[in-house]
Design a protein around this ligand. Structure first.
Ligand SMILES: NC(=O)c1ccc[n+]([C@@H]2O[C@H](COP(=O)([O-])OP(=O)(O)OC[C@H]3O[C@@H](n4cnc5c(N)ncnc54)[C@H](OP(=O)(O)O)[C@@H]3O)[C@@H](O)[C@H]2O)c1
Length: 246
């Protein structure tokens, strides 16, 4: 049986939620393999949490990278958090390339690692946590295909959980839906765009959405879910903690 909190892979570990998740896991004794494309930024994360952070620079949509990392490190936990910054514009000012950006990065990398988790497969008792978004519940009218790509991640989770059960793999799949969060890469860009659209400054926009969780609360939620053998399949993350989705 694999312990999800022994060795974990965190994609998008160099900034925002991913960096906080890597730090929280390392702090509780988990060996973390952190993935992002910018090697310098990723290496700087290792200075913070300490020796049990292994940076692996690469594109998380790369199938070979996913397969190699799983084979080499045998993680009990995959946190599929990497995501592209959406092109902020209304639909008629998007191109197909900008509209599909989060499909090419977020949804594709969750597909890639989920597929690898089932095909390798991960050891019994393992867990895959994928980052969707609260945007799937209300849409993302200024962020192109962002909400639809994040909705695809919920479907991928469900399909994978069913296949794992059919094959008796004992791998759990959980999806998390955090809120738009100031101080993160994607959250900051989204807040700037939606505040401008409403004709208010960013502080006023953020004030109107309080209470908002912090990246550290997202990280705490990931650790909580990974430690809970009876976790629900999907949760919203709120400032008050995890809320299961029916
Ligand atoms: N922040 C929010 O308000 C919010 C709300 C709901 C959901 N989310 C979701 O939560 C996740 C994290 O958001 P965030 O705001 O923390 O993001 P962020 O601060 O912009 O960080 C994104 C991380 O993903 C990495 N990344 C992006 N594309 C990658 C790729 N192809 N391969 C490997 N790494 C890649 C980035 O590093 P490199 O660029 O160096 O690769 C970086 O480490 C995203 O999936 C996002 O959609 C965020």
């Amino acid at each position: 049986m694999s312990d999800p909190l022994q060795t974990a892979v965190v994609t998008g570990a160099s900034r925002g939620f991913g960096r906080a998740i890597a730090a929280a896991l390392v702090a509780r004794g988990t060996a973390v393999i952190g993935i992002a494309r910018d090697e310098q930024e990723l290496r700087a994360v290792g200075d913070e949490p300490g020796a049990s952070f292994t940076p692996v620079a690469g594109d998380a949509t790369d199938e070979t990278l996913a397969q190699d990392v799983i084979r080499e490190h045998r993680p009990g936990l995959l946190v599929l958090n990497a995501g592209a910054t959406p092109h902020m514009a209304p639909v008629h000012e998007q191109t197909w390339e900008t509209f599909s950006r989060n499909w090419q990065a977020d949804a594709r990398h969750v597909f890639t690692w989920t597929r690898a988790a089932l095909r390798e497969p991960l050891a019994p008792g393992s867990m895959v946590v994928s980052m969707s978004s609260g945007a799937v519940l209300g849409g993302s009218p200024l962020s192109g295909g962002y909400a639809s790509a994040k909705a695809a991640i919920r479907y991928i989770r469900g399909y994978a959980a069913e296949e794992a059960q059919r094959a008796g793999l004992d791998i759990r799949f959980v999806t998390l839906l955090p809120q738009m969060t100031p101080g993160t890469g994607i959250g900051s860009v989204a807040i700037a765009g939606y505040a401008a659209r409403q004709g208010v400054d960013q502080d006023t926009f953020v004030e109107g959405r309080q209470p908002i969780h912090t990246p550290e609360q997202v990280a705490k939620s990931v650790v909580e879910v990974a430690a809970d053998a009876n976790s629900a399949p999907e949760y919203r993350i709120t400032a008050a903690g995890l809320r299961p989705i029916d």
